[in-house]
Design a binder for this molecule. Structure first.
Ligand SMILES: [Zn+2]
Length: 115
């Protein structure tokens, strides 16, 4: 896959995230590896999609971060219902794996929000 194809797929994923929501998708929380606070939630959308995400989330409560979470396929990233954690930045590196999947490495930065 060339660079153009990669960009298109990333754009499709972004559109998908904005427009579609699968209600019975599986939801998981990513928690801090140190203080165990919940940080963000992930909804699985299409686990079979040829993309893998490695995600690390900064913890705004203790300054540590989550363990690295590997997510197969497309997903939707969400704020917690409690509203205690704001997602401020999601810098992402995209690579192609040997078996032609996209590997995106996402480092989510967060801020504490008092509600
Ligand atoms: Zn923490």
């Amino acid at each position: 896959m060339g660079e153009k194809g990669t960009n298109n797929l990333v754009r499709e994923l972004a559109d998908h995230r904005a427009s579609e929501f699968i209600e019975d998708g599986k939801k998981e929380f990513i928690t801090c590896s140190a203080c165990r606070e919940q940080l963000v939630e992930i909804w699985m959308l299409r686990p079979e999609a040829p993309i893998i995400t490695e995600m690390v989330v900064d913890c705004p409560f203790c300054g540590d971060k989550s363990f690295k979470k590997t997510i197969p396929g497309q997903y939707c990233l969400g704020h917690l219902e409690s509203g205690k954690v704001a997602i401020t930045e999601t810098p992402t590196d995209v690579e192609t794996t040997e078996d032609n999947k996209l590997l995106q490495k996402v480092h989510i930065k967060t801020a504490r929000r008092d509600t």
